[in-house]
Design a protein around this ligand. Structure first.
Ligand SMILES: [Zn+2]
Length: 194
C-alpha cells in the first residue's frame, strides 16, 4: 500500500537562507546575455521502501546556450539501468525478427540471443551517454547546480541545512561570496561538482 503525501511548501530556516547571485551563467560562466530561469531540482529521500520527493525551484542565472541544461536531470545509476533494460528488450525483439528473416542463421547470435542483445545494448547505452557531453565552455550537459545535502527539522520539516554542488568553479566562488554568513554558520555548504 502506498500513500501519496503532498508536501506543499517547505520552509527554509532564516539562518539556512541562501541567494543565487545573478553574476554569470551558472553553467558556462559567461557574463553576457544571462537571464534568471527556474531549475527544478528534485531531492528524493528513501525510508525503507518508500520515498519522499521534494522539488526545489532554484532561480539561476543562465545564458541562452545553456538554458536547456537546467531541465536535464542528472541520470541516476537506477535510471541508466532502466534505459539499459529497455534497450536490451528492444534489441532482443529486433534480433528475433531479423534472424527469422535470414535463411542462414548466425549461430553465435541464435545460441546466445540474450547475451548478444545485452552486449549490443551496453555499447548503445554507453554511446548515448557519451554523446551527452557539454559543448564549448559549458561545464555540464545536465543541471549545473545540484543539491547534495539536506537536513530538515523532524516535526516542521523546515530546512535546517542545505548543501549545494556546482559544476562551474567561478559560479561556486560567486555563490560562496554571496552567502558568506550562512556558509560560515555551517547552515549552507557549497562544493565543486564533477
Ligand atoms: Zn551558459
Amino acid at each position: 500500500m502506498t500513500i501519496n503525501v503532498s508536501l506543499g511548501k517547505v520552509q527554509i530556516n532564516p539562518e539556512a537562507a541562501f541567494v543565487f547571485p545573478q553574476s554569470r551563467c551558472c553553467n558556462c560562466g559567461t557574463t553576457s546575455g544571462i537571464s534568471t530561469q527556474t531549475q527544478d531540482t528534485k531531492v528524493t529521500r528513501y525510508f525503507m521502501l518508500a520515498g519522499t520527493e521534494l522539488t526545489f525551484s532554484l532561480p539561476l542565472p543562465v545564458c541562452s546556450g545553456c538554458s536547456k541544461s537546467l531541465v536535464r536531470r542528472v541520470p541516476t545509476l537506477f535510471h541508466k539501468f532502466l534505459v539499459l533494460a529497455a534497450f536490451t528488450a528492444a534489441v532482443f525483439l529486433l534480433l528475433i525478427v531479423a534472424l527469422s528473416q535470414i535463411s542462414s542463421a548466425v549461430p553465435v547470435l541464435t545460441d546466445h540471443l540474450f547475451i548478444s542483445s545485452l552486449g549490443i545494448s551496453l555499447v548503445l547505452v554507453f554511446l548515448l551517454y557519451w554523446l551527452r557531453r557539454p559543448t564549448g565552455q559549458q561545464t555540464s550537459y545536465y543541471q549545473p547546480v545540484r543539491i547534495r545535502k539536506l537536513d530538515r527539522e523532524f516535526v516542521s520539516g523546515a530546512v535546517k541545512k542545505i548543501g549545494f554542488a556546482f559544476t562551474n568553479p567561478l559560479y561556486l566562488k560567486d555563490f560562496s561570496q554571496a552567502n558568506t554568513q550562512a556558509l560560515q554558520a555551517g547552515r549552507v555548504s557549497a562544493t565543486k561538482s564533477s
